[in-house]
Design a protein around this ligand. Sequence first.
Ligand SMILES: Nc1ncnc2c1ncn2[C@@H]1O[C@H](COP(=O)(O)OP(=O)(O)O)[C@@H](O)[C@H]1O
Ligand SMILES: N[C@@H](CCC(=O)OP(=O)(O)O)C(=O)O
Length: 397
Amino acid sequence: MHARGHDRTPGRVTEAPQPAPPMSEARRAVAAARRIVVKVGSSSLTTAAGGLDQARLDALVDVIAERCARDTQLVLVSSGAIAAGLAPLGLGRRPRDLATQQAAASVGQLALAHAYAASFARHARTVGQVLLTADDVVRRAHYRNAQRTFSRLLALGTVPVVNENDTVATEEIRFGDNDRLAALVAHLVGAEALILLSDVDALYDGDPRRGDATRITEVNGESDVDGVRAGVAGASGLGTGGMASKLAAARLAASAGIPVLLAAASDAARALGPADVGTAFAVAGPRLSARRFWLGHAADVTGRLHLDDGAVAAVIGRRRSLLAAGITTVEGAFDAGDVVDLVDARGHVVARGVVAFDATELPALIGRSSHELAPEQRREVVHADDLVPLRRWHASR
Ligand SMILES: Nc1ncnc2c1ncn2[C@@H]1O[C@H](COP(=O)(O)OP(=O)(O)O)[C@@H](O)[C@H]1O
Ligand SMILES: N[C@@H](CCC(=O)OP(=O)(O)O)C(=O)O
């Protein structure tokens, strides 16, 4: 079932030409998608000296504009603000401290936005800038607000250019990597595909810079990425997440019903068409509603409820509401309406949900059946409609 590719790193092994395999479902979905999120990393937009690489940016814009002209709405998540701010500020390399990163992002984001506006103008396309902080997806009202803005921008024919609002994001509320941001945005805008463009042409079973590595062409499930060694920092020192964050983001999107293609930015033209480049991730679950996706992947979690085995079976197996009787321990300081993790007896998070009691009220109720509780306390601790089971395929945060 799991078709793993065996393309060697270019230049290492010479192979006889093979007939092209039939295109996978994921690749067909990417080629046919009418709404796409494309994410491009810093290393694909900047020169080694630290400035913006206008020629590469223009080449990417040409490909995107061409796809938009073919009846596709496209959101571009672009990194590169910090990298683009280095040269103008006379900084030799990416700063380590947050304040200097923010100063660089402040200068660089302006340059980046200007470069995109000028480049898309060559195709008579208007761009809109959307800078997000984690708060914009963690808070339900902000999430819906962002959804409305994107929807309007797309309806008006613009290309929203998204980045994290690095200049104001504090350490605590940073997404930290734009791969995850792109996966969240893909669900938020209802994208039919996510394309992650980088300086590497595919996912390999190990970092191709470190020696012999085998390209993985299709990921149809967990077993296809078992044992993959994904590095955490890029070769250029300009990117932040490395392949590990791309893999986590691809799993996150795929688990929420969005097919993903990971490819080189230099292959963008083929990646946006029906071509056999990069690594395609098949969807690993039904498309979640915006509310369920938000609950499972974007909301801030403020506590943990530990469940006994009977409660896990009811909540996960039979999709029932969680009652006080099945809770063994309560952790955290949360209010009714906050999001909490539901944890099984082995300590694994099995679900996430909106809790109906304050943390201070619960200890007196847990382990008790409904008939032992006062009438005003006889309600579900987490209602089934406010609860999302988490699969193994769920990306770690
Ligand atoms: N298993 C792997 N497969 C492919 N690339 C990997 C792997 N592990 C580490 N890498 C490295 O990850 C880098 C891409 O990450 P990064 O530089 O953060 O990209 P970007 O700036 O596009 O977000 C590549 O240069 C590649 O060398
Ligand atoms: N928001 C940051 C980029 C963060 C990031 O994830 O970078 P990258 O690994 O290059 O996609 C910036 O614009 O510099």
